[in-house]
Design a protein around this ligand. Structure first.
Ligand code: FNR
Length: 187
């Protein structure tokens, strides 16, 4: 199989976002058989079907960037026990026009991130619900619920950072193997 081209979508716009830090760490850790690319979603106008008459350039850029990817990893915080509107908007933009969804059949995975203690489970599973409809097979195991994430980026707690690195390394290896199996070897 050639190098797996994987899009990374981050569900936060915050400059100091932990989710973005996790995504950047994943890019750093990606093995040689996989190329992870951050795809920005902060400039996508809110989905409005009327705009399909004259597609905003950022929608076009996003759809094309996604189309050429072999898979997709979502790294997201939880907002009010669900996915941030930012990320839901990107999912909606990619899903249309009807019949031309960029998501269809692409193997996906989700990493949910929170400074709290519940692993952003609500966001993780609400996202999976949309992926069922969009025909995105989602990696089941290992699940990735990253709690108490601040510690992982605290220089005074290097053991937490090391644990995160080990977890993400294993997660990416599992994802890469699973993508190979899902797409077959002819890709
Ligand atoms: C939050 N936060 C939050 N955390 C959580 O674990 N469960 C939740 O339901 C929510 N809800 C929520 C709603 C809104 C509107 C905000 C702004 C925040 C806290 C959130 O996890 C925290 O701000 C993270 O730092 C956000 O992720 P980034 O920006 O660091 O990636």
């Amino acid at each position: 199989m050639s190098v797996q081209k994987i899009g990374l979508l981050v569900g936060s716009l915050r400059a100091a976002s932990y989710s973005r830090k996790v995504a950047l760490e994943m890019i750093r850790l990606a093995a040689s058989g996989m190329k992870l690319e951050l795809i920005e979603i902060g400039d996508l106008p809110l989905y409005n079907e009327d705009l399909e008459q004259q597609v905003p350039p950022s929608w076009h850029r996003f759809r094309e960037a996604m189309r050429e990817k072999d898979g997709i990893i979502f790294v997201t915080p939880e907002y009010n026990r669900s996915v941030p509107g930012l990320l839901k908007n990107a999912i909606d933009v990619g899903s249309r026009p009807y019949g031309k969804s960029v998501w269809n059949g692409k193997p996906g995975a989700v990493v949910s991130v929170t400074p709290g203690g519940l692993g952003a489970f609500g966001a993780n599973h609400h996202l999976r619900q949309s992926m069922v409809f969009l025909n995105v097979p989602m990696m089941q195991q290992p699940e990735a619920y990253l709690s108490n994430i601040a510690a992982c980026f605290d220089a005074a707690q290097p053991e937490a950072g090391a644990r995160l690195e080990k977890f993400l390394d294993g997660f990416l290896k599992a994802y890469s193997e699973w993508v190979s199996g899902t797409l077959g070897n002819d890709k």
